[in-house]
Design a protein around this ligand. Structure first.
Ligand code: PMP
Ligand code: GLN
Length: 381
C-alpha cells in the first residue's frame, strides 16, 4: 500500500486547519442532521444500545433499508439475508471488492473515481481498469465504446458511482443501459455506490442500476446515511444484494469490523422512516447552494460545470491562467485563503484531469460567499 500515502482529503483538510483557510475541499456539511434523529441516537445510548449489534446489522435498520429500497426503487430485498449494515459505504465497497475479486481480476471504474476504490482493489490484488469521463456539453460522461473495449476475459466487476463524485454527474437511463447491457452480456457484477442517491437537482432523479432488466441479481447496491442525513461522522452504510453475494460480502466484513455503530443504526432506521421530508428540504437547499457557488466561481473567473447531484462542482482553471490543479490547490490557501480538491488525483491518467479543481458547496451561505470573495483575488475581479 506504499503508493497510497495520505488521502487528498486528509491532506487538504489539514492544510485548511493549518492555514486558517475556508475548507471547500473535503465534502462534509457544516450543519447538523435532523434534530429528532440526533435525539434518537442519544436516546439509544442512554437506553442501553451500546453493545455489539448482530453481524448483519440491527434488525430495525435492515427493515428500514428494505422499506426504503422498496419505496424508492420498487426493489424488494429480504432484511434477513439480502441486507448487510456496514461501517459506511467505504467498508461496504472494500468488503464487496475483497469478497468478489480474486488476485488478477479486473474491476472497471469510471475516472475520476472516488479514491477508496483504487485502494480497495489493490487490497484485493485485483486491477483497476479506468474508463475516462470527459465533459461533453458541460457534463462529464463516458464513451460507451470505450467502456465496451475495457472489458476483458479477466473483468469481474464494474464499480458504478451515481450520483458521481467528483464530477456531479447523475447517470441517465441511457448511460445505465449501456452498463447493464455489458454486465449481462459479459456476466459481470455491478457494485453501485449510491451514497448521493437523494442529493440530485433540477428534477433529475437517481436511477438505481439494480432496477434495470436483469440487474437486480447481479448488483451489489451500496449506500450510506452520511450524505442523506448530513451525518458523515456516523459511518453507517449498507449493502443490498441477492443472498449469495451478501453472504460473501458479510464473510469479509465480519473480519474487518464484525459490526459497529449500535446507537447510530437505530437512529438511522428512524431517519429512513421519519425524516425524508427533511432530506427533501436538504436537497432543495443544496441546489440553491450549488447555484450560489457556481455563480460566484464564474464571477471569480473559473469555467464552471453544472453538477446534477452530489456536494461538488467541477471547475476548469485555465481561464484564470493556471494549468495544474494540484499545484494551484496547494497554493490556494496562500493565494486566496481557500482549500479545494485537485481532480487529477482521482485519475489513472492524471493528465486528463490536470486542469480541473473540485469545490464543495455543502456549506453555509455565508461561508460560500466569503470563499467567493476571497477567490476573486485570483483574477483581481
Ligand atoms: N463513496 C463516495 C462516492 C463518497 O463520496 C463517499 C464519501 N462520503 C463514500 C463513498 C464514503 O461514504 P461513507 O462515509 O459512508 O463511508
Ligand atoms: N466523500 C468525501 C469527499 O469526497 C470525503 C471522504 C473522505 O474524507 N474520505 O470529499
Amino acid at each position: 500500500m506504499r503508493g497510497f500515502g495520505t488521502t487528498i482529503f486528509a491532506e487538504m483538510s489539514a492544510l485548511a486547519v493549518q492555514t486558517g483557510s475556508i475548507n471547500l475541499g473535503q465534502g462534509f456539511p457544516d450543519t447538523d442532521g435532523p434534530a429528532a434523529m440526533l435525539d434518537r441516537a442519544i436516546q439509544a445510548i442512554t437506553s442501553g444500545a451500546n453493545q455489539y449489534p448482530p453481524g448483519p446489522g440491527t434488525p430495525e435498520l435492515r427493515r428500514a433499508v428494505s422499506e426504503h429500497r422498496a419505496e424508492h426503487y420498487g426493489l424488494s430485498y429480504d432484511p434477513a439475508g439480502e441486507i448487510l449494515i456496514t461501517v459506511g459505504a467505504t467498508e461496504a465497497v472494500a468488503a464487496s471488492v475483497l469478497a468478489l475479486c480474486e488476485p488478477g481480476d479486473e474491476v472497471i471504474a469510471f475516472e475520476p473515481y472516488y479514491d477508496s476504490y483504487a485502494a480497495s482493489i489493490a487490497l484485493a490484488q485485483a486491477r483497476l481498469v479506468a474508463v475516462t469521463m470527459r465533459p461533453v456539453a458541460g457534463r462529464f460522461t463516458f464513451d460507451p465504446d470505450e467502456l465496451r473495449a475495457a472489458v476483458t476475459p479477466r473483468t469481474r466487476a464494474i464499480l458504478v458511482n451515481s450520483p458521481h463524485n467528483p464530477t456531479g454527474t447523475v447517470f441517465t437511463r441511457e448511460e445505465l443501459t449501456a452498463i447493464a447491457d455489458l454486465c449481462r452480456e459479459r456476466d459481470l457484477v455491478a457494485i453501485t455506490d449510491e451514497v448521493y442517491e437523494h442529493l440530485t437537482f433540477d428534477g433529475v432523479e437517481h436511477i438505481s442500476l439494480a432496477t434495470l432488466p436483469g440487474m437486480r441479481e447481479r448488483t451489489v447496491a451500496i449506500s450510506s446515511a452520511g450524505k442523506t442525513f448530513s451525518v458523515t461522522g456516523w459511518k453507517t452504510g449498507w449493502v443490498c444484494a441477492p443472498a449469495p453475494l451478501v453472504t460473501a460480502v458479510q464473510t469479509v466484513k465480519q473480519f474487518l469490523t464484525f459490526t459497529a455503530s449500535a446507537p447510530w443504526q437505530l437512529a438511522v432506521a428512524y431517519g429512513l422512516r421519519q425524516e425524508l421530508e427533511w432530506v427533501a428540504a436538504l436537497r432543495s437547499g443544496l441546489q440553491d447552494k450549488r447555484d450560489r457557488l457556481m455563480e460566484g466561481l464564474a464571477a471569480a473567473g473559473f469555467e464552471v460545470l453544472r453538477p446534477a447531484g452530489t456536494y461538488f462542482v467541477q471547475t476548469d482553471i485555465r481561464p484564470l491562467g493556471f494549468a495544474d490543479g494540484l499545484e494551484l490547490t496547494r497554493r490556494l490557501p496562500e493565494l486566496a485563503g481557500v482549500v479545494a480538491i485537485p481532480t487529477q488525483v482521482f485519475y489513472d491518467h492524471p493528465e486528463r484531469g490536470r486542469h480541473f479543481v473540485r469545490f464543495a458547496f455543502c456549506k453555509k451561505d455565508e461561508v460560500i460567499d466569503e470563499a467567493v470573495t476571497r477567490l476573486k483575488r485570483l483574477s483581481g475581479a
